[in-house]
Design a protein around this ligand. Structure first.
Ligand SMILES: Cc1cc2nc3c(=O)[nH]c(=O)nc-3n(C[C@H](O)[C@H](O)[C@H](O)COP(=O)(O)O)c2cc1C
Length: 372
């Protein structure tokens, strides 16, 4: 892919190899530098505050691509002022088999849940090209807390001035588990995160924990119960929840009323990936193995869905007279996309796919803001 510089996550290597040897590209260079200061430009056009924390620019990388403290530290040094530490669990959890990332080529430039193409099949292969959309199929792997807790502590310590490390966690479901055990697993995860010295945390409700194609965020009442229990554990510390695209305003309002209205949640990070059936050129299943017929699509093709979700949440915030924060995610590939999310009502913006293939993305956004 000649037009892209080397991504910081190497899709041709396994997750374990990336974890041990990454990051790559310009992130590797930033990590090798002795300086602990972030490189590049700062901007005066900053909100200077996110959930009460000072930030240079409320822009960063969401849960997923930053696998450990080497990745988060490199992100800080490359000017990403918000870095989310990849979602952790209360126990070690295996990664789905390689490959985990494919390039996807939807027929339409904008994919929204409910589109027929998502069920008919979206072409997925190894040709990464602009406009870049990918699928990721990792299964939310996690190291054991004995390993991730000290590493998360190091990640927090590496944030520079005006930078913030946000840990992400989720509960794990097991065969035969009761609802109260499932809630308790979230509380344990939050407690383990708090022990690292975190100042805030993000809970992922948008991975298929509830069985195939069913997400925790499809059950606002349960999310309400879990966030209340987690909030009891973490006290005043801000809690963010990560949401998938929720097509119905009614479901979204129920989610807001079950969480932010009670004060158990201070921010929503949205959107996560959009589920699609992935096929190769012959129409066969693109990812090998059982249970991998569908996978999450992210990048350029989900930008309009992300913007739509942020606009609807911002409208709801105003109508209900609430003051939760919104982190806008989905298809942010350049400065105009950052601006579009801010205009839609996002207090902060993050990019996963865009940042992975463009290590200079934060510098480019800051450069553009300085010129305005
Ligand atoms: C490689 C990769 C791994 C991801 N892993 C997680 C994860 O562990 N937890 C999570 O909440 N989201 C995860 N995501 C989803 C992203 O945080 C984000 O919501 C999604 O990719 C949409 O943003 P984008 O269009 O900028 O990629 C992952 C995304 C990518 C690309």
């Amino acid at each position: 892919m000649a037009e892209y510089a080397e991504p910081f996550y190497d899709v041709n290597l396994s997750y374990a190899e990336n974890y041990e040897r990454g990051p790559f590209g310009a992130f590797a260079g930033a990590l090798a530098e002795q300086s602990s200061q972030p490189t590049g430009l700062s901007t005066s056009k900053s909100d200077a505050n996110f959930l009460g924390f000072p930030v240079n620019l409320p822009f960063g990388i969401p849960a997923g691509p930053l696998l450990n403290s080497r990745f988060t530290t490199a992100a800080f040094r490359m000017g990403f002022d918000l870095a989310v530490y990849k979602t952790v669990r209360t126990r070690a959890w295996d990664c789905n088999p390689f490959p985990n990332v494919l390039s996807v080529h939807p027929r339409t430039s904008a994919l929204t849940p409910g589109d027929a193409e998502l069920d008919e099949g979206v072409l997925a292969d190894g040709h990464f090209e602009r406009p870049l959309s990918i699928s990721n199929s990792f299964g939310v792997p996690s190291r054991d807390p004995d390993e991730w807790q000290p590493d998360m502590r190091a990640a927090i310590a590496a944030a520079g001035s005006g930078q913030l490390l946000i840990p992400s966690f989720q509960g794990s479901r097991h065969e035969g588990m009761t609802t109260s055990e499932y809630i308790a697993d979230h509380v344990t995860a939050a407690k383990l995160v708090r022990e690292t010295g975190a100042q805030l945390m993000e809970m992922n409700t948008s991975c298929p924990n509830e069985g195939r194609n069913r997400l925790l965020c499809d059950d606002p009442r349960l999310v309400g119960e879990i966030t209340q229990a987690v909030k009891n554990e973490i006290g005043d510390m801000p809690l963010i929840i990560k949401l998938a695209y929720l097509p119905s305003d009614e479901a979204l309002e129920r989610m807001v009323r079950e969480t932010a209205s009670h004060g158990s949640v201070q921010a929503f990070a949205t959107i996560n990936t959009v589920s699609a059936k992935l096929v190769d050129r012959k129409g066969n299943q693109a990812l090998p193995g059982e249970g991998r017929e569908r996978s999450g699509v992210c990048g350029s093709a989900i930008r309009s869905a992300g913007l739509d979700m942020v606009r609807r949440l911002a409208d709801m915030r105003e109508r209900l007279g609430l003051d939760f924060a919104i982190i806008g995610i989905g298809g942010v590939m350049g400065p105009a996309d950052y601006q579009a999310y801010r205009s839609a009502g996002a207090n902060a913006v993050m990019s996963a796919t865009g940042a992975m293939w463009d290590c200079e993305l934060a510098h480019r956004i800051k450069g553009e803001l300085v010129q305005q």
